[in-house]
Design a protein around this ligand. Structure first.
Ligand SMILES: *Cc1c(COP(=O)(O)O)cnc(C)c1O
Length: 365
């Protein structure tokens, strides 16, 4: 078995990698989050040793005590970023330092051991280099990377975990939404909220997703693709989708997105699009927007576009919004030009088709 090191990460090659043909078949139609690469990154934390046993090894199952704290108290955080194939055959990450910082603030909120930013970035670089043949080269396709960490103490005491396992998985992905580049329909959740002030809305933790699944299921029953959540206090202000931030585009060409009040996840796509839009000379406001205003503005034509954004699906236009008290179409109900322009500007940088004036790329090879 060949052993090598990549920064702090010992590389133990999987002796049983997928064959070239198997891999090509899997990459050709991967869906989202179902096809995994040959390797995974792992690292352990204990109070006496700190972070240790950093390794890139064969992807295998995990053996867990049934009392593993996380299975009972959801002491889990995660990240999502992508590696992109460049025109010259190389590959790059996009702003992994921003994911590393967000992972630290998520850890802090759940009273977990912080992972040094450099170890986070190194783990991702090392895994992608080991699985470089899994980075797709088809248009719009990429390698989605999922770092996550959870408490592994085997007891039912409801206090912070003291020992952790950090892992990184990778999946080749095409497009997140089945509808591809079509506009999506949103269901306005009035039964459920996603995040309350003082809660974990700004944290990328599995618990937020668990609590939103019932709303997502309700949205599906109502014939919608995704759910949009309102604030938990007034049930009026538009916050975000279960896993994507939201932008509004007005007739005068200006953009608006809800401010980061602590109940909204600070998306790296959101942040990048604000920078890109301002660079195009567009006005971007970070201000609250009410669901009632959204309906009135869509009907009057003051609002011309709305879109959702996140690493997985990049930029997705919102065509229609439905709720118990809402039913409106945005523009002609199809994808909008501002969303398309911003999506191109972002993906052109990510795939190395345009210069990278903000220094967002972290080239791997
Ligand atoms: C991850 C996530 C986003 C998008 O964040 P990006 O950094 O742009 O991928 C938005 N909302 C929620 C709830 C998320 O978990």
């Amino acid at each position: 078995m060949k052993q090598d090191t990549e920064g702090a990460f010992l590389l133990e090659r999987n002796p049983d990698c997928a064959s070239h043909d198997e891999r090509a078949g899997l990459i050709a139609a991967p869906g989202f989050g179902r096809v995994f690469t040959d390797h995974m990154a792992t690292m352990r934390y204990t109070p006496d040793r700190g972070w240790h046993d950093a390794k890139i090894g064969p992807r295998t199952g995990l053996d867990m005590h049934p009392a593993t704290k996380t299975l009972h108290y959801a002491i889990e955080i995660f990240e999502g970023l992508k590696a992109y194939r460049l025109p010259d055959g190389g590959a790059t990450l996009f702003r992994p330092d921003a994911n590393a910082r967000r992972f630290q603030s998520s850890a802090e909120r759940l009273a977990m051991a912080p992972l040094p930013e450099q170890l986070f970035v190194e783990s991702v670089r090392a895994l992608v280099r080991a699985d470089r043949d899994w980075i797709p080269s088809a248009e719009g396709a990429s390698l989605y990377i999922r770092p996550f960490m959870f408490g592994v103490d085997a007891d039912l005491v409801p206090d912070p975990a003291s020992e952790y396992l950090y892992c990184v998985l990778a999946n080749p992905v095409a497009s997140y939404f089945k509808s591809g580049d079509k506009a999506v329909t949103l269901w306005v959740s009035d039964t459920y909220t996603r995040a309350a002030p003082g809660g974990t809305g700004a944290v990328k933790c599995g618990g937020n997703y668990a609590a939103a699944l019932v709303a997502q299921a309700e949205g599906k029953r109502q014939g919608c693709d995704q759910v949009v959540f309102l604030d938990a206090v007034e049930r009026r202000w538009v916050e975000e989708l279960g896993g994507m931030n939201v932008f509004f585009v007005f007739e005068d060409g200006s953009l608006q997105t809800p401010p980061l009040t602590g109940t909204i996840l600070p998306g790296i796509t959101r942040d990048s699009l604000i920078t890109l839009a301002r660079g195009m000379g567009l006005t971007v406001r970070e201000e609250r927007y009410g669901i009632d205003e959204w309906q009135a503005d869509a009907r009057s034509g003051r609002l011309v576009e709305a879109f959702a954004c996140g690493t997985a699906a990049v930029v997705t236009s919102i065509g229609e919004v439905k709720g118990r008290e809402q039913a409106f179409t945005i523009g002609d109900g199809g994808p909008g030009p501002v969303a398309a322009r911003l999506k191109s500007a972002l993906t052109d940088i990510q795939f190395g088709r345009a210069p990278d004036p903000h220094g967002w790329l972290d080239r791997l090879f």
